[in-house]
Design a protein around this ligand. Structure first.
Ligand code: ADP
Length: 191
């Protein structure tokens, strides 16, 4: 198995690059943001609770996202690997993921951190808000809150993996294809 974490601030292009990675490497895409939006669309109890939190630009409780990831891992025993997108976002989530991987006798092979300036991500999110149906992209104050949460709660998750030498930084600015090429180079050198 090849298990990859694609990391970076909101608007860094994780979703866009994830689509390309799963198409090329045939891994299973696990995006906690997408899983939560599916719960919202289906109007489940979990979805209704998450909707309020996401609209404020805050993080959904760790146990909720960990539970979702755990059941997705169980549902895909034949997977060639998993691509984690938007998860883990806290130290507790990173530790829970380590435990889930250990249970499967698997590991995280690579942690790719997309680097994009704050100015660029704010611009991208405002632009996305104009066309997407995502309420968390539509207000500058909510975008600013998400960037703040990223800095205070999420950014340090990279240190967890740095200890194990799994982190590589990739520039997330410029042409989508060029960014993808940079990502592929990192994956291919570890396959
Ligand atoms: P972005 O990376 O652009 O913020 P996501 O789709 O990854 O978009 O996340 C949207 C929102 O979903 C987050 O602001 C947060 O409220 C919630 N969310 C997604 N993943 C997690 C997670 N791993 N832990 C807690 N909350 C999450």
């Amino acid at each position: 198995m090849f298990n990859l974490i694609l990391f970076g601030p909101p608007g860094s292009g994780k979703g866009t690059q994830s689509e390309k990675i799963i198409a090329k490497y045939q891994t299973i895409h696990l995006s906690t943001g997408d899983l939560l939006r599916t719960e919202i669309a289906q109007e489940t109890a979990l979805g209704m609770e998450a909707k309020k939190i996401m609209a404020k630009g805050q993080l959904v409780p760790d146990e909720v996202v960990i539970g979702m990831i755990s059941s997705c891992l169980d549902k895909n025993p034949q997977a060639k690997g998993f691509l984690f997108d938007g998860f883990p976002r806290t130290e507790a989530q990173a530790e829970a993921l380590d435990k889930l991987m250990n249970l499967k006798k698997e590991t995280i092979n690579l942690f790719i951190a997309l680097e994009v300036s704050e100015e660029e991500i704010t611009g991208r999110l405002v632009k996305r808000g104009a066309t997407s149906n995502r309420p968390d992209d539509s207000k500058p104050a909510i975008i600013a809150q998400r960037i703040k949460v990223y800095k205070t709660e999420t950014e340090s998750v990279a240190d967890h993996y740095r200890k194990f030498g799994k982190v590589v930084m990739v520039s997330g600015e410029g042409d989508v294809e060029d960014i993808f090429e940079r990502i592929c180079k990192q994956i291919d050198s570890r396959l």
